[in-house]
Write a protein that binds this ligand. Sequence first.
Ligand code: FES
Length: 75
Amino acid sequence: MGRLIELEATGPRKLEPDDIDDEKGDVAVCQCGLSDSFPFCDGSHRRTRDEADGEIYVYEDGERRVLEELETADE
Ligand code: FES
């Protein structure tokens, strides 16, 4: 499975001591691309649990859909 994620940042986000979770004592970095608190994990990755191998998903406006065809500039 894969996901098309649209990001607008053009630079890095420096982590600060305040970014550490007071309860857990750690920093969880989002790797799924769906977090509303990106670059930090907010639990949104749970929405990906039933994604199927071989499919590409688009998450948009609270909805998820399977991309039928992926067209690239090379094609
Ligand atoms: S890994 Fe993306 S929200 Fe948790």
